[in-house]
Design a protein around this ligand. Structure first.
Ligand code: OSB
Ligand code: MG
Length: 376
């Protein structure tokens, strides 16, 4: 069965949403986020939504909101407009001439998958091959002004029922906060994420984290520095997890060969979409590497794509798919994504599975662009 599908109009909405709680990583602090929502419409009027969840600054990845807008409007959307396809997994190849720019690709790719699921009248999770009806969520906590502030945040999330807490760490904010949280919560599933801030000079220092029973140490070194990740993994018993280092399945292949990871964080954004994220899942599963789904503080659209991806069988560790309310007072989907005792239900309705709130999107839009017939 191959339904031919043709996108006749494509829209970009740059939407600004205030964060409930400002988020600080080793590189930056944010109180509101601008993400670009991608809307693809076919001839029958069916619509698929995706989200480009790029940071505004090029600190996590080289992309910014402006580069994503440029790449999506000039290269990615024109390559789908009026050019039929029969399955969303064909689009990654169509965009492969464009090097990198995975966040921009991810938004367009997700919109195509959602449109496809919508037309098939099946849930996004089902068309991806998901097998779970619910997924376990963990939370990611930013760097706080003091350890007491951090302990308040951890208590808040533990009270909300989340079974796993990840702490952002940085030079000067690592062993002390980890020791404090571990002392207060001896049994908590706890892990740390350095966003690549350390260097090989810090190997001995990082070995000190090995005694706190962490589930993993995520991305301690720079993205391209796989050899130092492998060296740390040889020296500690805690699992090393890679995030920024893995942008393609080929990167994963190299990291596996080097034994630079035991756990993989798969982000739809970083991998360039659901097709690539699923391929990374499949490869990691073959290799016996546990995976979980990372987040980029997505609005509801990207968040639901993460939930759908997390329903694949290899996602055995809690994912960063916590409830919308941790980030946004109101979300762009209705109902918002909720978690009960750290468990998020995988939507069973067709497509994204939640309605998209166009009014809220319109009220928060700072820029908009339509490609297709409506331009004229
Ligand atoms: O490394 O996982 C990361 C947010 C911005 C940039 C990088 C990262 C993050 C998160 C967010 O940890 C996790 C979430 O969406 O809850
Ligand atoms: Mg990370």
């Amino acid at each position: 069965m191959s339904t031919e599908l043709k996108v006749v109009a494509a829209r970009l909405h740059r939407v600004r949403m205030p964060l409930v709680h400002a988020f600080q990583t080793s590189s930056h602090r944010k109180a509101f986020l601008d993400h670009i929502l991608v809307e693809l419409e076919d001839a029958s009027g069916a619509v698929g939504w995706g989200e480009i969840a790029s940071s505004s600054d090029p600190y996590y990845a080289p992309e910014t909101v402006e580069t994503c807008w440029h790449i999506a409007s000039k290269y990615l959307l024109p390559a789908v407009l009026d050019q039929p396809w029969t399955h969303p997994d064909q689009l990654a190849a169509r965009w492969s001439k464009v090097r990198g720019n995975n966040f921009a690709k991810a938004g367009a790719d997700t919109a195509a998958w959602v449109l496809w699921a919508e037309i098939q009248q099946l849930p996004l999770a089902t068309v991806l091959g998901g097998t779970r009806t619910e997924v376990v969520a963990g939370v990611s906590l930013g760097i706080e002004p003091t350890i007491d502030d951090l302990l308040v945040q951890v208590q808040h999330q533990v009270d909300a029922g989340y079974p796993r807490v990840k702490l952002k760490i940085a030079s000067g904010w690592d062993v002390e906060p980890v020791r404090a949280v571990r002392t207060a919560y001896p049994e908590l599933d706890l892990h740390v994420d350095a966003n690549g801030i350390y260097t090989s000079d810090d190997l001995t220092h990082l070995q000190r984290l090995d005694e706190y029973g962490l589930t993993m140490i995520e991305q301690p070194f720079a993205p391209r520095d796989l050899l130092t990740h492998a060296e740390l993994q040889r020296r500690i018993s805690t699992a090393v997890c890679l995030d920024e280092s893995i942008e393609t399945v080929a990167d994963l292949e190299t990291a596996l060969r080097l034994e630079a990871l035991q756990i993989l964080n798969i982000k739809v954004s970083r991998m360039g979409g659901l097709t690539a994220a699923r391929a990374a899942h499949d490869r990691a599963r073959d290799a016996g590497v546990a995976v979980w789904c990372g987040g980029m503080h997505e609005f509801g659209i990207g968040r639901l794509a993460n939930v759908a991806l997390s329903s694949l069988p290899g996602f055995t560790l809690p994912s960063d798919v916590s409830a919308s309310e941790k980030y946004y007072a109101r979300d762009v989907v209705e109902p918002a994504v909720t978690a009960v005792q750290g468990v998020v239900q995988v939507p069973q309705a067709a497509g994204l599975g939640h309605a998209v709130n166009r009014e809220l999107i319109a009220a928060n839009t700072v820029a908009e662009l339509t490609l297709g017939p409506e331009q004229e």
